[in-house]
Design a protein around this ligand. Sequence first.
Ligand SMILES: [Zn+2]
Length: 287
Amino acid sequence: MSTWQARVRAPRECVVLLSGEKQAQPTHLHHTGLSSWDYYVTMPMPASTFTLAVGCWRQATAQLSTAQLTPPVQGTRAGASHTHAGSLDLNPFTNMDHPVITSPQSTLVYSGLKDEKHSESDCSGLGDDNLTCCHVDYPCPFTDPSAWSQGVIPHRVFAPPSLLQKAQVQILPLLPGCLAAAHATLGVHPFPRLDVLIVPAGFSSLGMASPHIIFLSQSVLCGEREGDGERDGVGGERGLSLCGSRLCHELSHSWFGLAIGARDWTEEWISEGFATYLEDIIWARAQ
Ligand SMILES: [Zn+2]
């Protein structure tokens, strides 16, 4: 078990997503064409759950602009990307028409239920069981009273430009309901925030859950599977159900597979069993 902190430098047009408790904002390193991202966790986790994803993605927001849907300039390297900056804003988070992200507060969706009056050491009134934790000292979400009332944690969705519109229409609206349903079913969210990244159809599974990050395959999006649009239309009920239940499956791994899990990977079926059992329960609640 370990904690970690990381500073990642990447070309400015890239997004760096990493298992970390706070949503990092990039610091632009002038004269280099690079951005620097800082992440950390204080909750001891198996090092095997550490996840890093770097790519030319865009954040799905309520409103998309043409600049967000424009593929990033290919082949830019440190020191060379400045030549393109005048014609295209390479910052994946901003564009000239809609400066959608200017601060952490504006990038994240909050439930508004957070109670700032409680301190981390005030464990009174925690759920029905007045739960206390006995592990090593760290700011445990299970003993944070404000976490107990936060059904919808801050969340964001990222996708390559070609899938951004589908991510915006299909995944972004599903997330609050699925997060709230997971919270109603399983209790406090083990992790204080979540990024969902749409990965290519060639990804080895339909989804993968890591601390603070879920990878969802392009294949779960409506209209991306063979036969979509023939039986019940793109975005039809069947497609929505596949997408939603897969999302709920990955969400439930925050509790089963990450917060707790098998001692080694040979017993991973236990976590998968819980997640598979819970995906329909949470999805039914989310609708
Ligand atoms: Zn699973």
